[in-house]
Write a protein of this length. Structure first.
Length: 327
């Protein structure tokens, strides 16, 4: 029997209850086609016992820091103790906890727990994110980190960071999909009643003046564009469909989605290509055409930049069904 991937969640004093529950809910809902759990989720504290939360209650944590030695993935949710103090070093207790990590352990921070990874020097020279409200402060404290305040999460391979609060759900869903493919991730999403993935980034959640009720949005054009992914789409064509000038459409699109129309289109083409590779026997050239990349070479380039593998390798890993894929 294959050993389950062990996810250890580190509950620090002042833990936020919502984010503490995200890993166990998402990873705990992931099962294989035989119904067997794919992850084992264990929560630990620095010393075991009771952990204070940011609310008016505490949680009883049965495991101490020693279980970190057994983690395949370590998840650190945010807490309200002192992550914003001007301190770029780890307290002795946390440094000791990180010293227990096995080589190759995947590290995940949710929201402002990214301060912990940065203070440990684990984000130096890397792209990372945190809650948009703390991004400027985070960048000043850790100038060696390439902070991206607009995205919902950053996948750095062995170190992953999520943006504010519910973006932890997006990152955990992404990890399930990266580990086991879209079919299982979609099943988890249905069980947890969350989207398998969300468009855009944090920019769409930053406070802005509320538009007039009659103001046009780009939502209908986005829905229309999803049905046109098989062909080239220009910015002028998108703006024309929305009955806006290119300038107005571009500005409103970024406000609503958190990225440019071109970035969004590329993201949708990649997602469509991944679904086709996972669920159909279409040759790679045909997948590239259906997803609007034009050529297989173009699709290979985009997939390599996004997920680090070729279309054929991705299909061999995540192909669903009993038929052998055509590659």
């Amino acid at each position: 029997m294959q050993t389950r991937h062990r996810v250890v969640v580190l509950a620090l004093d002042g833990i936020y209850p919502f984010e503490l529950g995200i890993p166990v809910r998402i990873f705990g809902s992931a099962t294989g086609l035989d119904g067997e759990p794919l992850y084992e989720v264990i929560t630990c504290g620095l010393d075991g016992g009771q952990v204070r939360t940011s609310a008016d209650f505490a949680v009883a944590v049965e495991h101490g820091v020693e279980v970190i030695e057994t983690a395949d993935t370590l998840v650190i949710p945010p807490f309200d103790a002192d992550p914003y103090e001007d301190r770029d070093w780890l307290p002795e207790s946390l440094a000791g906890a990180f010293g227990r990590l096995r080589p190759g352990t995947r590290l995940v921070s949710l929201c402002t727990a990214s301060y912990i990874l940065a203070a440990a020097g684990l984000l130096d020279g890397r792209r990372a994110t945190t809650h948009w409200n703390e991004a400027d402060h985070f960048q000043r404290m850790f100038p060696k980190v390439q902070v991206d305040p607009d995205v919902l999460f950053v996948d750095g391979g062995d170190v992953l960071t999520a943006a504010g609060v519910a973006a932890g759900i997006d990152l955990c869903m992404h990890i399930v999909r990266r580990d086991h493919g879209s079919e299982i991730a979609n099943r988890v999403a249905r069980r947890c009643v969350v989207p398998p993935w969300r468009e855009g980034g944090q920019a769409q959640f930053i406070e802005r003046p509320v538009p007039e009720p009659s103001a046009a949005t780009t939502s209908e054009t986005r829905a229309w564009a999803l049905e046109q992914l098989h062909r080239p789409l220009t910015l002028s064509e998108l703006a024309g469909h929305a009955r806006m000038s290119v300038r107005t459409f571009s500005r409103r699109f970024r406000d609503e989605v958190g990225m440019t129309p071109g970035q969004w289109l590329t993201q949708q083409r990649i997602e469509h290509a991944r679904r086709l590779l996972e669920t159909t026997d279409l040759p790679v050239d045909r997948v590239a055409a259906e997803a609007g990349f034009g050529t297989a070479a173009s699709m290979r380039q985009h997939l390599a930049a996004t997920i680090g593998v070729s279309p054929s390798a991705y299909r061999l890993t995540f192909r669903t069904g009993d038929q052998a894929p055509v590659i």
